[in-house]
Ligand binder design. Structure first.
Ligand SMILES: C[S@@+](CC[C@H](N)C(=O)[O-])C[C@H]1O[C@@H](n2cnc3c(N)ncnc32)[C@H](O)[C@@H]1O
Length: 336
């Protein structure tokens, strides 16, 4: 089994590329962008060799995988992962290894937590030694919300290729985040009239795509995010950056015509924060938020979110926009 990262937006083309190189593999697209899992490969070593040697356009990295397990967002998942890795029996006392974890989704643990706990436990149980700089074996842990892919391989079996074709922008037109398209699209879709000199509160603003879009409409934006805004916004007189979490907003931040929220939080948490900031929205002020799908149960995420928001908002409209396939965008008005 192989995990292959590919150019985002080119998953189908990458899939055809893989199908041409390997005979009849079973290529699955994961819920997250740019990720393919190739199952049913007759011989992993041969498949790796073929993928490495054949020129490709869309493939980036290839990881051999031995196991896929279901995990939860709780810290207890770390132990489940440790047990699975030990159970693979692929590390011996003479090995020098490194654990490399990449985590996508929302969990109560970090990639580093996994790397440290797993490294320590393997050293204890097998006698092998961690060497971050020059390992012979790599333990790959790739987490996609509730799925954890595990691989133990020789360093040379991890392949990195150059992506030849990816989305291109004309010179000077490359946005610093594609997120800004989402707001532009939402404004059009929901036929929102954005008044010049109005005030917006932008929650989860970094790196600043939505803030920039609002500023381009002549809006004064209070951008809330512990993260940094793009340098082009740092001295913009229309932008005030509060480097804090939304739940720590001070009481005196004023009143706003628009609240936008693109925080990467689970929908329930995000909706609860929207209720707590409703007091900063002027009478009949509008709000736009993205509902991040944390599972395939999209309808439930949408319904649960609206149910919470009904306390302070009404006139809900929602649309899964072209630029945010993994979310739904919600428009609403402050309840009178
Ligand atoms: C998808 S990004 C936002 C992109 C942004 N709309 C843009 O156009 O550039 C999500 C952001 O939410 C922020 N975030 C997550 N939880 C937050 C919280 N509780 N309070 C404030 N910001 C938060 C993250 O730091 C991250 O920068």
């Amino acid at each position: 089994m192989l995990l292959i990262t590919v150019a985002s937006g080119f998953e189908s083309k990458a899939k055809s590329e893989i199908n041409k190189i390997l005979s009849n593999p079973d290529v699955e697209r994961l819920f997250f962008k740019g990720i393919l899992v190739v199952k049913n490969v007759f011989d992993d070593t041969n498949a790796l060799k073929l993928l490495k040697e054949t020129p490709t356009k869309y493939i980036s990295r290839i990881f051999p995988i031995q196991k896929i397990i279901k995990i939860s967002k709780d810290v207890s998942s770390i132990n489940d992962i440790i047990n699975e890795v030990i159970g693979l029996n692929k590390i011996s006392s003479s090995d020098v290894f490194r654990v490399s974890c990449v985590r996508r989704g929302m969990h109560n643990f970090s990639s580093r937590d996994i790397e440290l706990a797993l490294g320590k436990k393997i050293e204890e149980t097998t006698g092998a030694i961690v060497n971050l700089k020059d390992p012979e074996k790599i333990i790959t842990i790739q987490i996609f919300q509730n799925e954890c892919l595990i691989g133990v391989s020789e360093k040379n079996d991890l392949i990195t290729k150059k992506i030849i074709e990816s989305r291109k922008y004309l010179k000077g037109e490359r946005p610093f985040t594609r997120a800004e398209f989402k707001l532009v699209e939402a404004i059009k879709e929901f036929k929102i009239l954005i008044e010049k000199e109005s005030n917006a509160l932008d929650l989860g603003a970094a790196p600043g795509g939505w803030t920039k879009t609002l500023v381009d409409y002549g809006v004064n934006v209070t951008a809330v995010d512990p993260g940094e805004l793009h340098e082009s916004l740092s001295n913009n007189p229309r932008v005030k950056h509060l480097k804090i979490l939304a739940k720590n907003l001070p009481n005196n931040i004023g009143q706003f015509d628009i609240i936008t929220n693109d925080m990467n939080l689970n929908p329930i948490e995000s909706a609860t924060i929207m209720n707590s900031v409703a007091k900063y929205l002027k009478k009949t002020g509008i709000a736009i938020m993205t509902i991040k799908f944390v599972s395939n149960n999209r309808k439930k995420h949408l319904n649960d979110t609206i149910e919470i928001l009904k306390e302070n908002y009404s006139n809900f409209k929602h649309k899964k926009l072209y630029h945010n396939k993994f979310e739904t965008t919600l428009f609403m008005i402050k309840k009178e």
